[in-house]
Ligand binder design. Structure first.
Ligand code: ADP
Ligand code: ZN
Length: 733
């Protein structure tokens, strides 16, 4: 079954490998075991029911709450040549009826429905007359009242499940919180053993936080790095959205706003323009993104501080769904923090505590001096240990050196003392920097000895320092009004008994200096292919990424495939797309290469065992190979040799192969010990080697319809060879 799944993965979807957990989940689903899939956005959840749907005999019903997502998924499946249809209230009567009859006639493999459509008596009756093999519940957090998007109809779906007794249920969600996951499981009566939780680390997202100094010019500078690429900029308020969108437009960017103040129609139009690559930037409030499947979002900028770490994670998650490197920039403005603090202070009781907690967690991430993935994933209960991650600003910069800052600390602390331990950080900084503000002068703080003694740092730098003083316990914040108070530890620093170490924030981030290495591909060809993709997409009225993902075009512009076979090897090129678009893309690539004298390059296969160069009989036998073969023939097992030489068993097999290929006989029983297939299958494999020879494994793999793994073939090829070398006539049996 799983070999079948693997074949479909390449033939239909055009992918070489499963993403983490997909294989396990698909295996589970194919055995008709109910399954809860928890994966981050872009993790590849859809494949977990789409692929089984192609193997099941009957229909797969997919419940999805968002019409735009449904439409998008169906369009993508149709491009792959998969019979998928949807039913929801957006369809015109005719179209609705047409889709309905296709389902009735058994012509669809997947049916996408909105929950309220599924619950209609008419739909339920129709489905009762069909064989439904799988019920997939997408965005399963809608089941939970604890989730951010509770939908009562979702609970009713659970109630109508018994109507599909043969259907396995797959619930999928990107929800990160434990409480919601537990709730989904309870509602669906699933056990923990039916739950698959993928890591929430999105390793293709580059994370950066920069102090917000001149937000607009920082943004413009950032955008220069990504000419022609798509991205989202999130702002706190509608007003800010409109202003920024206007400013960017004036600088020649194609951009549209998106927020709750626009009409539904405008919002849909703007979203559609973005999805179809007609414009490249959306400036939005957090309202944007829920229904977005666009896979080629290359950057997400947070112009203002996000509400909390969970929303931030969801928002940056909209970047890089295609798995290509994408950039997430957060502009951290100290003024913004004070603004949010001010809002929080207007609240009371638990609401205030919760908001304040969210802010602190958010700042814990934004002000982190080490790998950003640690606080980000810790929030979701995941311990990230692979530091440095190489994909965040801090890891790239290396650990920030702490410097001695005792004198600035003394200046700040004595200013706190002299103003009577009643004021917040902003006021203290105003005094230190010699501000002429009314508040400073009215309080007579212009006459203090600490007035104007701190001009060496900017306001933002002082704020950053003041947070370190708080974190290090030199200061305490008085709860009621937020005034800063000195602690005994402050006294020690003031008197010079203790030193203070910390970091000073760099004023400007030089994006160019940190320019990341990216895949080397021919940008000119990429642009040509992108134009071709756009025209093919427009002609069919679908978004460009539905035709081919950016990753597919990037590979084409790297390997210059010029035959159908090599084009078929490219990521994301399955049989249907090869049929549909192969000629157009091959023509474009061939013409481009001919004009420039470029040659096709071989695309290295992901599955190393398939194409890794095999040692041939000409490869020299090294003394090490001979020692290993000697010890093996003397009775040592492959496993024992692997641990003795501290290598993988595969490496031992390779050494043995070199010897066998040069005619040396090997202890055949020792090889069989290591083989895991049953005797009937073994006989089939040996027969295939007898017929096809032992130089390549792929023909044998194919002859056995992929039922025997490459690891096993390596072992049996050796067995085959050693029998031959022994002069045994039964090598082919
Ligand atoms: P999710 O629903 O979890 O957000 P999707 O199912 O939309 O994620 O998948 C995200 C992207 O990853 C899609 O562009 C999809 O085509 C791609 N993808 C999924 N599985 C694989 C795979 N095994 N290999 C390569 N790309 C994959
Ligand atoms: Zn890192």
């Amino acid at each position: 079954m799983t070999t079948r799944a693997k074949a479909i993965l390449k033939e239909v979807f055009g992918y070489d490998e499963f993403r983490p957990l997909q294989r396990e989940i698909i295996g589970h689903v194919l055995q008709k075991q109910d399954t809860l899939v928890v994966m981050p956005t872009g993790g590849g959840k859809s494949l977990c029911y789409q692929l089984p749907a192609l193997i099941f005999e009957g229909l797969t019903v997919v419940v999805s709450p968002l019409i735009s997502l449904m439409k998008d998924q169906v369009a993508q499946l149709q491009q792959l040549g998969v019979a998928a249809v949807f039913l929801n209230s957006s369809l015109a009567f005719d179209e609705y009826q047409r889709n309905l009859s296709r389902v009735r006639r058994g012509e669809a493999k997947l049916l996408y429905v909105a929950p309220e459509t599924l619950l209609k008596a008419k739909t339920l009756d129709l489905l009762a007359s069909l064989k439904v093999d799988c019920l997939a519940i997408d965005e399963a957090h809608c089941i939970s009242e604890w989730g951010h998007d509770f939908r009562p109809e979702y609970r009713q779906i659970v109630a109508c499940r018994p109507r599909f007794p043969e259907a396995v249920c797959v619930a999928l969600t990107a929800t990160a919180t434990q409480r919601v996951r537990d709730d989904i499981r309870q509602t669906l009566h699933f056990t923990t053993s039916q739950q698959f939780v993928a890591s929430f680390n999105r390793d293709n997202l580059f994370l950066r936080v920069a102090p917000k100094t001149a937000a607009l010019s920082q943004t413009l500078e950032f955008l220069q790095q990504y000419p022609e690429q798509s991205g989202i900029i999130y702002c706190f308020s509608r007003k800010q959205v409109d202003e920024l969108a206007e400013a960017l437009k004036q600088h020649g960017h194609t951009v549209r706003p998106y927020h709750a103040g626009l009409s539904d129609e405008e919002r849909t139009q703007n979203q559609e323009a973005f999805i179809r690559d007609d414009i490249r930037i959306i400036v939005a409030t957090i309202a944007f993104g829920m229904g977005i499947n666009k896979s080629n979002v290359r950057f997400v900028i947070h112009y203002d501080l996000p509400k909390n770490l969970e929303s931030y994670y969801q928002e940056i998650g909209r970047a890089g769904r295609d798995g290509l490197r994408s950039h997430c920039l957060l502009l951290l403005g100290y003024g913004d923090i004070s603004k949010i603090r001010y809002f929080i202070d207007q609240k009371s009781g638990q609401e205030r505590q919760v908001a304040s907690h969210h802010l602190n967690v958010m700042l814990g991430y934004a002000e982190s001096q080490s790998c950003r993935r640690v606080p980000l994933l810790a929030y979701f209960g995941e311990a990230f240990t692979q530091t440095p991650c190489k994909m965040c600003d801090n890891c790239l910069a290396g650990q920030k050196e702490l410097v001695e800052l005792t004198i600035p600390a003394q200046k700040f602390l004595s200013c706190v003392a002299r103003t009577g331990e009643r004021f917040g950080a902003t006021h203290i900084i105003d005094v230190l920097r010699g501000s002429q503000s009314e508040k400073v002068l009215k309080n007579g703080h212009g006459n203090l000895s600490t007035y104007g003694i701190g001009k060496e740092f900017s306001k933002a730098q002082w704020l950053h320092l003041s947070r370190q003083f708080l974190q290090e316990g030199l200061l305490e914040k008085e709860l009621e009004y937020g005034g800063l108070k000195l602690t005994p530890k402050a006294d020690a620093v003031l008197r010079g008994r203790e030193k203070f170490f910390g970091t000073v924030q760099v004023e400007q981030t030089d994006y160019a200096a940190e320019k990341e290495e990216s895949l080397e591909f021919d940008r000119e060809l990429f642009e040509l292919l992108r134009k071709l993709r756009k025209s093919l997409a427009d002609a069919q009225n679908v978004p460009p990424y539905v035709v081919f993902a950016d990753k597919t075009l990037t590979e084409m512009a790297t390997y210059f495939p010029q035959s159908r076979t090599s084009l078929g090897r490219v990521h994301g090129v399955g049989e249907a797309k090869l049929e549909k678009y192969g000629t157009a893309f091959l023509l474009e690539i061939s013409r481009y290469c001919r004009e420039r004298g470029l040659q096709e390059k071989t695309r290295p296969a992901k599955n190393a065992s398939v194409l890794s160069p095999l040692p041939t009989s000409n490869s020299p036998i090294t003394p090490k190979s001979q020692i290993i073969a000697g010890e093996f023939n003397a009775g040592k097992s492959i496993a024992a040799l692997a641990s003795q030489f501290k290598v993988a068993p595969r490496t031992i097999l390779e050494h043995l192969f070199k010897c066998a290929a040069n005619g040396q006989a090997l202890r055949a029983e020792g090889l069989l010990e290591y083989s895991k297939v049953d005797p009937t299958q073994r006989a089939k494999v040996l027969e295939a080697f007898g017929k096809l020879g032992g130089n390549f494994l792929k023909p044998v793999f194919d002859a056995l319809h992929g039922e025997v793994s490459y690891d096993e073939l390596h072992v049996l090829r050796l067995y085959h060879l050693s029998l031959k070398n022994r002069g045994g006539g039964d090598a082919g049996k």
